[in-house]
Design a protein around this ligand. Structure first.
Ligand code: ZN
Length: 340
């Protein structure tokens, strides 16, 4: 089927699970009660996607507080008690970040509970997101390795172990999220893609990388205004991504300043084209979605296009996120009628 649909990864959490409308939202319960609430929210997130016509569903990242720290919480060698201030994404935000103080090891499985719950309750293709190595090390201070590239490869090994276990749980697509890829373009080419390739080594399921200009939060909106009318950062990294073994690339296309012609550099990839803007509360119409798909089709063969959201929806109002999902499903159906 042409123009299958998916989402970047996260959905807003119900208010009985976590504080609504914010990133890093505190949980509303703890212990076994929190575990049950996470599972219930995971099932609900998938049902909402299925009813909206999403073909490749995710668990909505309902069991993690943040897309990077959900992984880090299960890694030994990180001191969360003594955080230090660090400018992340080349100083776009100041954040208090934990420090790596010892060799990195997994404490066990990271996402087994939610991956298995998701797999048991949907027959659709299931995508699971993990943070990419470059984005992880841009969110942490190093007081042990003395070499950030070495630390990135240490994380890549851990990601690879969890990714293989997720594949064994029945996940169909593993997606690594690398929002740092449009900030450190030289490093992406020097080692970022090599580290990503290490994280995906040996996987037989589909693999994807999501690169993006971030959520619609203020620090991002201010940064985007500094980038000029055309965002051509991807021109420097798409050739290397295209040469990598990662099979799919997720890129924002709706209301984007990324010239769509750059997608033509991804000759051998499935493109997950973002057709839903997560930085505005204005809900797209199905026509908007079909029009964006048509625009992408000028540069990507139709059979290689998957329709998705520009980025995660975690900080969004639930009713708006759900309306946007319905627009995505209806818009892809319309595109199949018009363009198929
Ligand atoms: Zn994103």
């Amino acid at each position: 089927m042409l123009f299958q649909t998916t989402i970047a990864g996260s959905l807003p959490k119900p208010e009985w699970l976590a504080e609504p409308d914010m990133l890093w939202a505190p949980w509303k319960s703890k212990g076994a009660e929190l575990d049950r609430a996470k599972r219930d929210a995971t099932l609900l997130a998938m049902k909402i996607q299925e009813d909206a016509g999403i073909d490749i569903v995710t668990e909505g990242e309902q069991a993690r507080q943040h897309f990077v720290h959900g992984f880090l919480e299960r890694v030994e060698g990180i001191d969360f008690a003594r955080k230090v201030e660090m400018g992340i994404r080349k100083d776009r935000y100041k954040a208090m970040v934990p420090q790596v103080t010892a060799p990195l090891r997994l404490k066990g499985r990271v996402h087994a509970d939610e991956a298995r719950a998701a797999r048991a309750h949907t027959t659709r293709r299931l995508k699971f997101t993990l943070p990419g190595p470059m984005t992880i090390i841009d969110t942490l201070a190093d007081s042990y390795y003395g070499d950030r590239v070495k630390m990135a490869f240490a994380f890549a090994e851990l990601l690879n172990a969890e990714a293989k276990a997720l594949e064994a749980d029945g996940v169909d697509i593993i997606q690594f999220d690398e929002p740092a890829f449009n900030v450190f373009m030289d490093e992406v080419n020097d080692w970022g893609i090599a580290a990503l390739t290490r994280a995906a080594e040996g996987l037989t399921c589909d693999t994807a990388v999501h690169i993006c200009y971030g959520y619609g939060i203020k620090a991002n909106i201010d940064w985007k205004q500094s980038l000029g009318a055309e965002w051509r950062q991807y021109e420097r990294i798409f050739p290397a991504i295209d040469a990598s073994p990662i099979r799919q690339v997720a890129v924002e296309c709706r209301n984007s300043h990324v010239p769509l012609e750059l997608l033509g550099l991804l000759k051998g990839k499935v493109v997950q084209a973002g057709v839903i803007d997560v930085a505005t509360e204005a809900v797209e119409t199905p026509e908007d979605v079909a029009d964006t798909i048509a625009a992408v089709m000028k540069f990507v063969p139709r059979q290689n296009i998957v329709a998705t959201t520009n980025c995660g929806m975690a900080p969004m109002r639930r009713d708006i996120a759900e309306a946007k999902l319905r627009a995505l499903g209806a818009g892809a159906r319309l595109a199949r009628e018009r363009l198929g």
